[in-house]
Design a protein around this ligand. Structure first.
Ligand code: CA
Length: 228
């Protein structure tokens, strides 16, 4: 998952980056509204955290411009305490959720996780269906009700594919959403990870949860609709 953080306070920006990275997000940082507008328009994000009080271009106007350019990823705004008007205008401008400063990092992470999931059409933190389920809150995969040991990166690949189940995800899209910008984006490396995931999730090759669509990319093939 790739997240854009637009925050002018250096300490908070740093803190957000650290915690989001720990959760497996790829994080792009912008220090003011103008930089935020550039990143937010140029790249495809899974979600964004935008401070309302920003230099050069305020957060509300930034959101208006991004929405005006059909950037539809979920946006969470950070507002100053007591500024209830900011919440209202922020939501009206196209934000999806808000948090008032100061906030607790676990709350921000939980809200972002919910926004990303809901944007992909999942109300519950559990996605997939038996035999293969993903608990996006605990960052854990379960196969036949047993936890599967995945590396952090393997989990990220699987989560992205499962949130986009049924759709072909190109290697370029996967790299853009899962790698830091300065990372060596070698698609052969990605193939190795997909191969490892397949061996862990489908050791005998009967389920084929990740299908290769020749020349296009990968598609998660099992149903992700939960019964009931
Ligand atoms: Ca600020």
């Amino acid at each position: 998952m790739r997240v854009l953080v637009v925050e002018d306070e250096p300490a908070l920006r740093q803190q957000l980056q650290e915690h989001l990275r720990e959760q497996g997000y790829v994080v792009d940082l912008a220090v003011d509204g103008v930089e935020g507008e550039y990143y937010g328009s140029e790249y495809d994000y899974d979600t964004a955290v935008i401070d309302v009080g920003l230099p050069k271009l305020d957060g509300i106007e930034l959101i208006r411009r991004l929405r005006g350019r059909a950037r539809n990823y979920p946006i969470l705004i950070l507002t100053a305490r007591g500024d209830w008007q900011d919440k209202v205008t922020g939501l009206e401008a196209g934000a999806d959720d808000y948090l008032t400063k100061p906030f607790h990092m676990p709350e921000l992470l939980a809200r972002l996780n919910a926004l990303v999931r809901r944007a992909a059409g999942h109300a519950s933190p559990l996605i997939g269906a038996p035999p293969l389920e993903l608990d996006t809150a605990r960052k854990e995969a379960r196969l036949h009700e047993q936890p599967v040991v995945l590396t952090a990166f393997e989990y990220r690949v699987l989560e992205y594919l499962m949130l986009n189940a049924g759709r072909v995800v190109s290697k370029t899209e996967l790299t853009e959403h899962l790698y830091e910008q300065d990372y060596d984006r070698d698609s052969n490396v990605l193939e190795v990870f997909i191969g490892r995931l397949r061996r862990k999730l489908d050791p005998d090759g009967t389920m084929q949860p990740i299908v290769t669509v020749r020349g296009q990319g990968y598609r998660f093939g099992l149903s992700t609709q939960r019964a009931g």
